[in-house]
Design a protein around this ligand. Structure first.
Ligand SMILES: Nc1ncnc2c1ncn2[C@@H]1O[C@H](COP(=O)(O)OP(=O)(O)OP(=O)(O)O)[C@@H](O)[C@H]1O
Ligand SMILES: [Mg+2]
Length: 455
């Protein structure tokens, strides 16, 4: 991730090289007066001062930025960490790099600055890790992100992530990995439901040559490939019971052997498991090992469904985010500016049984179909059986008639009602032309007194 212009004061060559990688243009200043002058003339997006500039000068410069209302973030770097860091931050520095070992943080600091610079501030909350796009500022999302951060910074291993399908479990696993290990370490995914028991075992542990008929060569398992990064065991509930016992041993002893192998190998990876099922129910039905469940659920991270009361506000944010960032149809990029009021109302009322994935797909499909500058209701193609019932937030609305036809009729009637039967206004709310609206009114036999389907 790069910024357009970074202003650097200091002569540390390692830092100079690193900054070059993160900027299209780097401006150098030799002394503080040059720095002030360049700050005003080139309007950098970031200013970095290293320890070769006397620390008093750093403080003077920070004071100067404050007095001159310069809000460009300033990062100080130095070796005298605790004091210099504390002082610089107190004086208004954005961050402090503590010696050369800390330089690698520059990438993630820049990623965050870049995100705040764009309208991304509308989408992400402060505790969303850099390089991770977990959209949503709802209480539920903030809580989940906070927990991800706390767990990632602890030694908790394994980690269990629970949530309905499409709630973002894989994204959460990647965020946890990012905070704990950074992007340079491997993140290995394995879907426990996608492989047969034997295949899953040899994928996970690897196998020795000749350990079974088709084992012509020795194979490295995913646990080994994950090294000191993370292994993500998706849909852990689908793991066969005997393999669950073997996984438990890995968790307890941090060692394993290849199938048919004799050598003991170390497991250094963080084990992250996910489930969209209630594992405790599986335990009661003897489908999941109780001991493994307890080992996994030391500090589970639970992701709420989108329809949950404390996550519902993310629906609109996510819909706008997907509309802006979708690459389903690059030639429409930036042309579709938003949703019609009625389309957004329907989006908010939908119960999203497939959660964020369903929302992303609906927005992608709408972008493909939409030819105006706003996504209208007619291109949303929501399943009419999944309407949010305000009284019972967790239960999708059940209506007798599941046809798209009746949903369309209802939406058109509601738009007309809301627009006081002004057809131009209603057509614009629906994102369709007046001619189409006339045709639809006729087709559905609507009149000012016709009944809408009651919610
Ligand atoms: N908070 C979020 N912000 C942005 N995108 C999200 C968010 N949550 C999920 N997504 C996107 O929604 C899709 C589904 O997310 P993900 O694969 O993480 O869900 P999941 O819980 O693992 O689903 P499943 O149980 O079906 O495997 C992905 O494209 C993901 O990038
Ligand atoms: Mg998943």
């Amino acid at each position: 991730m790069t910024l357009s212009r970074i202003l650097l004061a200091g002569r540390d060559t390692q830092l100079q090289e690193l900054v070059q990688k993160h900027a299209e243009q780097v401006f150098s200043a030799d002394c503080i007066s040059d720095l002030a002058e360049l700050t005003e003339s080139v309007a950098p997006e970031l200013i970095i001062l290293d320890s070769t500039v006397a620390s008093n000068n750093v403080y003077d410069f920070l004071e100067w930025t404050k007095n001159n209302n310069i809000d460009t973030p300033v990062i100080a770097a130095g070796d005298d960490c605790p004091i210099a860091s504390k002082n610089s931050i107190a004086m208004g520095a954005h961050d402090f790099l503590c010696g050369k070992n800390d330089y690698e943080r520059l990438g993630s600091i820049i990623a965050k600055i870049k995100r705040c610079d764009s309208d991304a501030g509308d989408y992400f909350c402060d505790n969303c890790p850099a390089n991770v796009e977990i959209v949503g500022k709802s209480k539920a999302n903030q809580r989940a992100l906070q927990l991800i951060n706390v767990v990632a910074k602890s030694n908790c291993n394994p980690v269990l992530i629970i949530g309905e399908t499409g709630t973002g479990k894989e994204l959460a696993a990647k965020a946890l990995h990012q905070v704990r290990h950074g992007s340079s370490k491997p993140f290995i995914e394995v879907n426990c439901a996608a492989l047969t028991a034997n295949l899953l075992e040899s994928e996970l542990f690897g196998h020795a040559k000749g350990s079974f008929t088709s084992a012509d060569n020795e194979k490295m398992g995913l646990l080994e490939l994950a090294k000191d990064g993370s292994i993500f065991l998706d849909e852990i509930s689908e793991m066969p019971l005997d393999l669950q016992a073997k996984l438990l041993r890995v968790i307890q002893e941090k060692t394993f052997r290849k199938v048919g192998g004799t050598k003991t190998l170390q497991c250094r990876a963080t084990i992250i498991a996910s489930s969209n099922r209630n594992l405790i129910k599986d335990v009661q039905e003897n489908k999941f090992r109780r001991d493994l469940y307890y080992r996994l659920s030391v500090c589970p991270i639970t992701l709420s469904p989108l329809r949950a009361e404390d996550r519902r506000e993310d629906i609109e944010t996510l819909a706008n985010f997907f509309l802006q960032t979708s690459n389903i149809c690059p030639e429409k990029h930036g042309k579709i500016k938003g949703f019609t009021a009625l389309a957004m109302e329907a989006i908010k009322k939908h119960s999203w049984p497939g959660n964020v994935r369903e929302l992303k797909n609906v927005v992608d499909r709408a972008i493909l179909l939409e030819n105006s500058d706003k996504v209208g209701l007619s291109n949303l193609m929501l399943n009419p059986e999944a309407i949010l019932d305000d009284a019972k937030v967790n239960v999708g609305k059940v209506i007798d008639d599941f046809s798209l036809e009746s949903a369309e009729r209802e939406m058109i009637a509601r738009a007309l009602d809301a627009a006081g039967w002004q057809k131009t206004k209603a057509a614009s709310m629906l994102g369709i032309t007046r001619a189409t609206l006339y045709a639809k009114v006729k087709q559905h036999n609507l009149s000012p007194k016709s009944e809408t389907v009651k919610q």
